[in-house]
Design a protein around this ligand. Structure first.
Ligand SMILES: Cc1cc2nc3c(=O)[nH]c(=O)nc-3n(C[C@H](O)[C@H](O)[C@H](O)COP(=O)(O)O)c2cc1C
Length: 357
């Protein structure tokens, strides 16, 4: 029996040559001005046999930047840089969406290289140390609480980022609503202490996330917009007591937008079957992620629990991951000390199988 992982499939308006997705991974290789340069073009070109590449988190504005050397999609130079990435991936027959990631309060100021407001739903700093320049852990700064009157313009920044991605020839965008960044900060009681229409009840907690998602879908069409979630993920000090309380309204609110997909980092929660929960609350196709392999991924597709499977770490040292999974070939191991160095080494120098043979 053939493995459905290697069959073509459509996620909304995204037509994939296989159901293997490269999961988003921040790698700190953008050039001056947070512009994707030749190094990033080569990295994504090498991995274009994935049915779909989801890029690293990309800031929609200067204020969205929290980490060192992360790319943006708001300046002309950045859009031109992404156009070169899109061309390279398309020339290899691949598809690519940009993950729109606004860090909100998760900002080490020294990572930015310029001044911009640090914004969040409430003036509550992220208590965790997060990677600073060169990946060295550093404290975050105190954010300013956003005024409700600012939120429509902030949602519009995400919509403009989506338009910019399309102008660059990128196939679509994924909204990062996982892992304790701005969208997740609005949804979570640990970071949202607001007493207006954007805080308190679960419906209020998802109001801004849905405003953003709708603005993005209106801008480029829901069939080119994905949503990334990780219910129950404590990363960046999120409260994980009752993830279904907010992710339920989020998914039900997203349902009418006819999104390309829901991309879930499944935390294997004891009290929640996350994949079944998503199916019950939203009709969009599901990309399942986290600690999967060719066999577990195949079982999820065969069982109707997921429509595509994403791999993160396996893509770091295996640019030809699809080919290796097809052949059952061994997977190379990444050098984790080189994840965030900003250098070529440990980024574009992992060979494909045929080059090592
Ligand atoms: C180096 C690295 C950077 C990551 N950066 C991001 C990111 O920018 N956005 C995101 O949503 N997830 C990010 N992740 C999480 C991965 O997308 C993925 O969910 C995780 O690695 C689990 O999948 P895996 O078991 O296949 O590696 C990152 C993971 C790694 C290892």
């Amino acid at each position: 029996m053939t493995n459905p992982l290697f069959d073509s499939f459509s996620l909304g308006d995204l037509h994939l040559s296989n159901r293997i997705v490269m999961s988003p991974m921040t790698r700190d290789r953008a050039g001056p001005g947070d512009v994707p340069g030749a190094l990033m073009v080569e990295y994504y070109r090498q991995r274009a046999s994935a049915g779909l590449i989801v890029t690293e988190g990309v800031q929609p504005s200067a204020a969205g930047k929290g980490y060192w050397r992360t790319p943006g999609i708001w300046s002309e130079a950045q859009i031109e840089g992404w156009a070169k990435v899109a061309d390279a991936v398309h020339a290899e027959g691949g598809r690519i969406v940009i993950q729109i990631m606004h860090c909100g309060r998760v900002v080490v100021p020294a990572n930015r290289g310029y001044d911009a407001d640090i914004i969040a739903p409430s003036a509550l700093p992220c208590p965790d140390l997060v990677p600073g320049p060169d990946g060295v852990p550093a404290p975050t700064a105190m954010p300013r609480a956003l005024d409700a009157a600012e939120l429509p313009a902030l949602a519009e920044e995400f919509a403009q980022a989506a338009r910019n991605a399309r102008a660059a020839g990128i196939d679509g965008v994924e909204l990062h609503a996982a892992s304790g960044y701005l969208i997740n900060q609005f949804m979570n009681p640990a970071s949202n202490h607001r007493d207006d229409a954007f805080g308190g009840s679960p419906e209020n907690l998802v109001r801004f996330p849905l405003m953003v998602l709708k603005a993005m879908a209106d801008a480029i069409g829901g069939g080119r917009v994905g949503l990334r979630i990780s219910p129950g993920n404590p990363y960046n000090s999120m409260d994980v007591t009752d993830p279904a309380a907010t992710f339920g309204p989020l998914l039900r609110g997203a349902d009418p937008l006819n999104l390309a997909y829901i991309h879930v980092a499944d935390m294997a929660l004891k009290d929640l079957d996350t994949l079944a929960f998503i199916r019950a609350n939203c009709r969009a196709p599901i990309i399942a992620n986290n600690m999967l392999n060719a066999e577990t991924g195949r079982a999820l597709i065969d069982g109707g629990r997921a429509d595509a499977i994403s791999f993160g770490r396996a893509f770091i040292a295996n640019p030809d991951l699809v080919e290796r999974l097809k052949k059952g070939a061994p997977l190379a191991k990444p050098d984790y000390s080189l994840l965030y160095t900003g250098e070529e080494k440990g980024y574009v120098d992992y060979p494909a199988l045929d080059a090592t043979a």
